[in-house]
Design a protein. Structure first.
Length: 193
């Protein structure tokens, strides 16, 4: 998995999202058989939750509401690849990911491409979010952006704040595991536990 995608996936998981990274979109109708057309960097959904347990405000989610993110991850400036603007790719991903019915997908995709977010008939908000190296979280064009620097700071702070619990667990996520190892080494070097 791409390192930046792994970082974003860890950040979304810490914020209560279920994630799928590097989601392949196939074309099964070609003359040579099925082929991968593209992959979507990150698809994530956060279901209902307890009031007050809202995700990081930098994500731009509506507090208390189910939220689905169709995300693009860049190590440079955040922007959307052509696949993230291709209605056929997004319709296939929506239907396959289960966020809506295949019949609802075309209209939802058109509104998403125009406004950067759309409310699905099932009640969850579907949003386009670009993650990359930018100065601050903001809306750029029709999508929301979250800086990678903020994500790193957020994860480091999360680990430090919750070290009493996190420091005693076995972390299977490669990115969080590396950040936890860095925190553990820092604490050992300063004599803190």
């Amino acid at each position: 998995m791409d390192t930046a995608v792994g970082l974003v996936q860890a950040y979304l998981r810490v914020n209560g999202y279920f994630t799928v990274a590097e989601y392949p979109v196939l074309d099964a109708t070609g003359p040579d058989g099925p082929r991968t057309v593209t992959d979507l960097d990150i698809l994530a959904i956060r279901l209902h939750h307890i009031p007050g347990d809202d995700p990081d405000p930098a994500l731009g989610a509506r507090p208390g509401a189910p939220d689905m993110i169709v995300g693009e991850v860049k190590e440079g400036a955040p922007k959307l690849n052509p696949a993230m603007r291709d209605p056929a790719v997004l319709e296939a991903a929506f239907a396959r990911f289960g966020c809506c019915t295949p019949a609802d997908a075309p209209a939802l995709v058109q509104e998403l491409l125009t406004a950067g977010q759309v409310l699905a008939p099932e009640g969850h908000l579907i949003r386009t979010v670009a993650f990359g190296n930018t100065a601050r979280p903001h809306r750029s064009g029709s999508w929301h952006t979250v800086p990678l620097e903020h994500i790193l700071d957020y994860l480091r702070d999360h680990l430090a704040r919750n070290w009493a619990v996190v420091g005693r667990t076995q972390i299977k996520d490669d990115t969080l595991g590396l950040l936890a190892l860095m925190e553990k080494a820092h604490r050992a070097g300063t004599g803190r536990r």
